[in-house]
Write a protein that binds this ligand. Sequence first.
Ligand code: 3EB
Length: 320
Amino acid sequence: MLRQEYLPASAVPDTAHLLAQPGVLALVNFGDSCAAMAQPGVIPLGMPSLCDKPWEVIRYGDSIAERGTDEHCQWSLIEDVLCVATWIAPEDCSDIEAATEVAYGRLFRVIQAKGFPYPFRIWNFMPDINNGVGDREEYKKFCVGRQRAFDDYHVAPQEYPAASALGHHTKGAVIYLLAGRNSGVHHENPRQQPAYQYPREYGPTSPSFARATSLALRSREQVFISGTASIIGHNTQGVGDLEQQLTITLDNIKHLLMHVGQADSELSGVRVYLRRPQDLAVARAFFAARLPALVVNFIHADICRSQLLVEVEALASPRL
Ligand code: 3EB
């Protein structure tokens, strides 16, 4: 099974040491920087943890990861899982549409060259995501560039994997993914319109992602749940009301897991992205009351619709 595990700063005194441990695929950093590090395997996202969990360790298998750099992408490989990250320089974010298409092209070429042509989970983090009016909003331009890249590489909407797309408050963008040698199975949520079929009001092209992607990793069926928000059909629910948005978001995840037949699975890698840091106390109390056993990382991030206050993603795994 693949695991996404959160750690405090004190548990990661030396990233090189941790990266050299068997079963450590990559380290995601929640902090103030979104710039590639010299060392492949560390992926800084530019958005801080609000609860002192600045590290996520992606663990898989039991061999030491092979790592390298190709096409301005950093990759880490253990057995049948490849993790690839690429960054967009701050100056290139002024044309996020073109830069996104180019960045996805690099990612697609690397995964194909390494024999892992099937991405099963993609994360996208960019600056100023809600800046710009109407079709000029940064997120919508990002969606146009991403869609173009999928078209360039002949990926059909039914093949789009699970994803998250968030905004941070620093410079530069990062896109990273997990890919396999075989395709995962992509799922939609019966309560939500497929994002790739959202109506025109949400932008010139629809967002290219599935609500979840499942696949067997070391014979265990795992479900990568996309960033999920307070959206029913295609409409934002609970505008201005954090508790209602949290309730609907968790209901959406619950329905998705029932729909894919994984209602009893165990959630890990739970990230709760909060637009307003001052919502931490309410969000924390909400999770403590509803899901007391759940380990949650609260992250300060902008959500891709300006009326959304929160987005939640997770990895669902079978209980052992
Ligand atoms: C939504 O459901 C909320 O553009 O990759 C969630 C997950 C959202 C992924 C993406 C966007 C993306 O439409 C936003």
